[in-house]
Structure formats: C-alpha cells, structure tokens
Write a protein that binds this ligand. Sequence first.
Ligand code: NOJ
Length: 567
Amino acid sequence: MRKILLVLAMIAAAWGVAYPKDIDRKWWKEAVVYQLYPRSFKDSNGDGVGDLRGIIQKLDYIKSLGVDVVWLNPIYESPNDDNGYDVSDYRAIMKDFGTMRDFDELVKGLHARRIKLVMDIVVNHSSDEHEWFKQARSSRTSPYRDYYYWWPAEKGTPPARWSLFDPKHDAWMYDAPTDSYYLHIFSRKQPDLNWSNPKLRQEVYSIMRFWADKGADGFRLDAFQFVAKDPKFPPLAEGLEPSLMGYSMGAGIHDYLKEMNREVFSKYDVMSVAEGAGRNFQDAHDLVDADRQELNMAYAFEGVDVARYGGYKLSTMKEVFSRWDREFADRGWLSIFLANHDKARMVSLWGNDKPEFRAYSSKLLSTFILTMRGTPYYYNGDELGMTNAGFGRIEDFRDKPLLYIYEYEKNSGGDLGKFLERAKFEARDNARTPFQWTAGAQAGFTTGNPWIKIAPNYREINAAKEEKDPNSPLNYFRRLTRLRRDNLVLVYGKYKLLDPPNEAVYAYTRELDGKKMLVLLNFSDQPATAATGVDFAKAKIALGNYAAPSKDGKLRPYEAVVYDLQK
Ligand code: NOJ
C-alpha cells in the first residue's frame, strides 16, 4: 500500500500536482459528516422504529452520497426518556435498534465502504435506570453514591439550579429513599454524573475505549460543556438568566478533556468534537487548539441559532459565520452546520419550503454547508429537502422533553396556543420524522406503524423520486460532496466575505495556493446580484442549483452558483 502511495505521489509531482505544504492536513478536516438519526432512518423489522439492520440495508445509499463519516445519535440501551440521550447501559445496544452483532456488521459495512463512524457519548448524565444510579440512590453509603450529585435534605433546600427539561425548570429532584435531592440539568430521568469523581471519569474512558476497540472512529461528546460543576453548589452570580449557560464551562473541564485525550483520543486515530464550544472564542480555542491536546473541533451554536421563529436577517448570518471563520483562520478548527436533530428542518428554518422554492432553497443551503471552511455536518433527510412536519396538536409530538415543557407552560398559566404555534415551527420532532424513502405506504420507512407520524408531503419528497431526477436536491448534494472532495480549496482555503450588507445575496471567495472559487447564494425569492468586483467573463461554472446556472452573477430566486475563478 505504501509503495502504491509513493508511486502516486511521484506521478503527481511529475505532473506538477503539488499539495500545499503549509497546511495541517487531517482526515477529519477533509471529511463530510453525515448525521444519522437511527430511530427514524430505516426500520428493518416492522416495529415502527428505525434500527441498525435498517441502516445496514441502506449502506450503499449512504456511500452514494459521497460522505466520509457517519455520526450516529445514541444507540445504547435506554428507557428513551430523551430518545437515547438517557443511557441505562453504555456497553449494550438499545433493544429497539438491534444487537451487538448488528453493530459489528454495521461497522464492518461502513469500513468496507471507507466510511468512518462517530459515536455519540452521553456522559454529562446517565439514565436514572442505569445500574450506577439505582445503586447510588439506594443508600448514602453506596460505593456509587459519588457518581452523582446529591444534596442532603437536612441542609435545607438546595441552591437554585435551572433545568432545561424539568416540568418545573428545577434541576433538583427530591428522592425519598435517602432523603436527598439529586441534580438533573436535563430531565428528571437524566441525573447528572459527578465528574469530580476520578472513578467515574475512569469508567467513562473505559467505555470510550470499549467502542474505539470495536471500531468507532470518533466521538461526539453530548452536552459536555456542562460536566464540570462545583460540588459545593454555591449560589449563582446574581443577574444570570435562568439558563444552562449560567453554569457551563465550570472549572476543571479542561483537565478532564486533557485526561480524556491521554486516556482515549491519543491511543487511537479518532476524531473528537464536543457539543457546544463554550461561552466565547477564548473558551472555544481552549477546547480545540492543537497545542491544547483536548478536542479536534468546535461545534459552536452561535451560527445555527441565528435562524429563529419569526425569521432572521441574512446580514446577521454572514456576520456570525464570518466572525467565527476569522477567529479560527489560523488556529483551531470548526464544524459547519445548519441543522441537527435538535432543530427544525433546515429548509423550513433557513430556506423557503413553499413548493416552488423548496428544492432550490434546500440546494442553496447545502451549497453553503459544503463550501465553507470547517468540517460540514449534514443532517440526514436534508439531502432530499425534507421539511418540517408541521404538527399542530400536542398528541402528535413524541419528544418527551417538549411534553415536559408543555406541562410547565400549562401549570404556570402560559399561552398554550402560542406554545403549539411555535412548536409547529421549531420543535425538534420536525427533524425526527421518518426518512422519506418512497411514495409508498409509510414512505417506505416501515411496514408497521411508525413511532412518529410521517411528514404529509412524502409523496412529493422522497428518495426514490429524487434518484430519477438529475436536478433533485439528492443528486445535487452528491455533486457537492464530489466538488468538495476534488477541491481542497473548499476545505482549507481562505474565506473572504464580499458585499457584507447585501440582504439578498451571500457572496464569498475561497482561495488556496493560486486557486480561487467564488460562491454566490441568493437567499431571497427575488432576482438579485451582489457587488463582487468579479469579471464573470473569466469565471468558469463549477456547480449551480439551476439546470442552467447563471453565467454572469445575475441570480434567480434562491440560485446558488460556485465559480472557478481563472487567474
Ligand atoms: C443534546 C442532545 O443533542 C439533545 O438531543 C439532548 O436532549 C440533550 N443533549 C441532553 O442529552
């Protein structure tokens, strides 16, 4: 193999194809990550829930996308209070999803196709049904007591801590058997693990090594910015909004990551990314700069959070993404994404899901993700332009944390109509409806009853139909991954924003070693142009989302064009 590589390198050198020498090339920088939500991808046994064998059936489809890494949302044993983000056994596969043999076959199938696997590690909290917690809550002297945070009731009410998913937004839950409160910053069934306990930390590293030994190529650390807490729970600084950020990035977090790096990451060729990137750039750099020996890349939310219920301004999006790019131009590495399993569907949130614009705007958003600097994280179903499901009744929602907050609203006299109106647009369930494979029964996802309703538009939007259309979002996405693979400039090249105040067109160039590309994205439903100063006579079209892309920079609604700028 090494010989072949050497020969290839010699041939490349002879032809004058040189790779830039001064960039720090890494596979995880050049990879396109495909985020796969197992519960909703493909059901192989008719129980209405997606599973590992379903993914195995679709491996060739995944390969055909041209992605390099699959990030799987949690697949461990879980009572599913939060769809797997409440783990009751970190070394077992969730029964709904299959068996360990299925997992081994899946890894083999991915690797045979040269696709890597990133596992989701959920260790800010476990499930309350985990053996550790069962032991811990049974007695104050249990050896597992210190795996969690407790506040003995004789000390009075614990200092206020805010919970995201609790029906009272109270992070402390009274537990009668030991007359104490336990901490849960997510749901009551997700007690927080005590990271100040070295024994707990070693358990986690050993779990991670278990999966790396089984073939995992990377880890996404769920909610990791919240792991470090002061076990004394001092009162929070006054004026802090009731939010999790008030106690994120606690002292000790960097020591834990350095330790994890020594104990796990340094022993394998794995990629590492934590959910969230701290409170500011300094935090983000401290998490990911190469000399820190902590994580590989930041997964920061400021960008994705620009799009909200009620809309967003394009100039704000540009400002935020450009600021993050600038900050990471020389040090550290970013993730680029516009969607995931916690957000509304990309095209509904960022684009325009009206029938006449849906495909164009979805292809435009894909163009953005695949032509920015940073590792693209692309959410399954977005390659089809899948939209929000638009559930209007509370009975249709399956996301338990959403139902907990609904309960909070109900008990605190909130406006439930407004709540539902917002949920219809931005609830996480929008991104979790089954993958639309065909126009047939249950969109080809299952032969049974799906665990959550299929989005009503599956007859118009489905993979089978898009396979046949060369201009479909699906086939366009395949061209995009190829374009990125063939143009290192799109991975490492310098990014420059053009015409920043333009509220219709997002325009930028990418440049590396004499190669320059221009990306024009019309985010509006009207014709538009941008002041780029580019001589289009010399520009070559590399890709466009209309059958005949604009040759002169005059863009139609939601038109996206990538140009090769000849020098
Ligand atoms: C972030 C995950 O992405 C989300 O789905 C989950 O509910 C919380 N962390 C809690 O684990």
